[in-house]
Design a protein around this ligand. Structure first.
Ligand code: XMP
Length: 535
């Protein structure tokens, strides 16, 4: 789910709160598909990085206490009338600046050089020769390096005070003005096709900007916990748990800060996986000590889903019922505790970036329902302890909080659960069939040591019956599809070539052990053109 948060509130949060930021690298986003990758690379060095739209004001940038600025790539040309632009004042702040691709062209364009459309586009692998071996950006580098290029424009004339630091056989690949502490490269150091890219970014962050590298999980936890404690005081906090990584880590962080002033609500919507309701309750309440209220509303959800076959209607019903159940529970808890003031949400950094991106929020293909969008009358203030973090960072924090690996390593599971994996009507009987098949798929994937290497792996129940034969009996039963995909973020995905042995075991076990399924197929569609879920 994307939360649309105005930039002003984003800044307010950073300056105001829990975020343990003493120094940061600000990345100005000109619309590159790789911008988030730059941020993640920098954070891998234990240095906080924030992505801001290129239109951010100088004051907004300075609110992050930057020790350096990185200008991202972007799909436009600097000379286009509607080219994304930043305040050129950022080049006069005295802070080190690194321009990447479009960022290089922005620097050239604004400081008096000339950018033109290149005769030869450079796209893909390229070899770069370093000309200025004294450049701190290339400290420790060999004379040539492999890089990833993706540009159609080039700098024809450099601005005064700049010199060339690197070239390819076609074009300029790097420039610098050491006096002003500005450097730039035409290639993309953030992608893994540039093998020395990490070293280049490290040279910038530590060698040029003088970062301390103190943004560690322990530091984050300590400062976040202290921030929540101060913010909440004696107030009461509510958290809707889904059993997934984000809401669990968010709840554990808040619990560490304020103990039983936090109540977590976990709703069984009737379309969870086999034993999930009991397992999550046990993990979070019994193992992690959360003050957890499990609410079994499966009948209520299944009643509302009766006769519904349209996927979007299923999502809407589940979303609406969830809010109704949560609202009832919140009222009870408020009565017992004298009012509830705060609500915990597991919002992550990609949602925050997306909401202020220069490209605008991405299109909604499915109306993804997550916990959120609560009715106005609930009027709770939000605590979003993870809104500075990427998913892998949330897992790191969870590990530091000593949370069990079976929570942290869980594959993503959609809010509407098995309802979008049962094509056609969702009934208690069909849920039970799919739960059994899904359990077999997941357990075989785990047994093959593949669970943590795959983004999602699951079973889907199709509204297709076919003829089979078992023993001497003719059967006429359901078809189940197995789906396993690799993905970075769910936006694109590749189907996984699972070993035949694993497929064979799954198929044989499902047909033998699950009453109601007599045929198993494997989905070999990537996204696009398919989607990960079948509905
Ligand atoms: P699709 O099917 O759109 O899925 O390729 C992309 C990712 O989103 C998850 N997904 C959902 N998550 N509510 C959610 O919370 C939903 O309605 C929903 N639909 C899909 C899906 O599991 C995958 O990770």
């Amino acid at each position: 789910m994307c939360l649309y948060i105005p930039l002003a509130s984003l800044r307010h949060w950073i300056v105001d709160t829990q975020s343990p930021v003493t120094q940061s690298i600000v990345i100005l986003d000109f619309g590159s598909q790789y911008t988030q990758l730059i941020a993640r690379r920098i954070r891998e060095f234990n240095v906080f990085s924030a992505v801001l739209p290129c239109t951010a004001s100088i004051a907004e940038i300075q609110a992050y206490a930057p020790i350096g600025i990185i200008l991202s790539g972007g799909p436009s040309s600097v000379y286009d009338a509607d080219a994304p632009d930043a305040d050129p004042g950022i080049l006069k702040l005295g802070l080190p600046v690194l321009g990447i691709c479009y960022g290089l062209q922005f620097i050239v364009h604004h400081l008096g050089g000339k950018v033109i459309s290149a005769e030869k586009r450079e796209y893909g692998h390229a070899e770069v020769m370093i000309e200025d071996t004294t450049s701190p950006l290339f400290a420790g580098f060999p004379a040539t390096l492999q890089v990833w290029m993706s540009h159609g424009d080039e700098a024809l004339e450099l601005p005064p005070g700049f010199h060339r630091t690197a070239i390819t056989s076609n074009a300029l690949a790097g420039i610098a003005n050491p006096e002003r502490n500005i450097c730039a490269v035409q290639f993309h150091p953030e992608v893994h096709h540039t093998p020395l890219g990490r070293d280049l970014l490290r040279n910038f962050v530590f060698g040029i900007c003088g970062a301390l590298g103190d943004w560690t999980p322990a530091h984050f936890i300590e400062a976040t916990v202290a921030g929540i404690r101060e913010k909440v005081g004696k107030g009461h906090v509510l958290c809707a748990l889904s059993g997934g990584v984000d809401s669990s880590v968010a709840a554990v962080l808040v619990h560490r800060a304020i103990g039983d002033q936090l109540t977590c609500v976990f709703v069984n919507n009737g379309v969870l996986r086999k034993n999930e309701f009991a397992q999550v309750t046990q993990n979070l309440r019994d193992k992690l000590g959360l003050n957890l209220v499990p609410v079994d509303s499966s009948e209520r959800f299944l009643d509302k889903l009766a006769g519904v076959t349209d996927p979007e209607t299923k999502r809407k019903i589940i979303g609406r019922e969830f809010i109704a159940v949560f609202d009832d529970e919140a009222a009870k808890i408020a009565q017992q505790s004298g009012g509830v003031d705060w609500l915990v949400q597991g919002t992550l950094y990609p949602d925050v970036i997306e909401s202020s991106s220069v490209r605008g929020p991405s299109q909604t293909i499915k109306s993804h329902h997550n916990v959120g969008g609560l009715p106005d009358h609930m009027k709770m203030k939000l605590i979003e302890p993870l809104r500075d973090l990427f998913k892998d960072e949330v897992r790191r924090i969870g590990r530091d909080l000593q949370m069990p690996e079976d929570i942290l390593g869980r594959q993503p599971f959609p809010g509407p659960g098995l309802a979008v994996r049962i094509l056609g009507e969702v009934t208690a009987e069909r849920v039970a069939i799919l739960q059994e098949a899904d359990e077999i798929v997941v357990s075989e994937i785990k047994a093959a040591g593949l669970y943590s290497k795959i983004w999602q792996s699951f079973a889907v129940l199709l509204p297709v019956r076919s003829v089979g034969v078992m023993g001497d009996q003719r059967t006429y039963a359901n078809t189940c599809a197995i789906r396993a995909v690799h993905s970075e973020d769910g936006m694109t995905a590749d189907w996984v070539p699972l070993p035949y042995e694993v497929l064979k075991r799954m198929s044989s076990r499902i047909v033998n052990e699950v009453r109601g399924i007599n045929r198993v197929v494997y989905d070999i569609t990537s996204k696009p053109p398919g989607t990960i879920e079948w509905e």
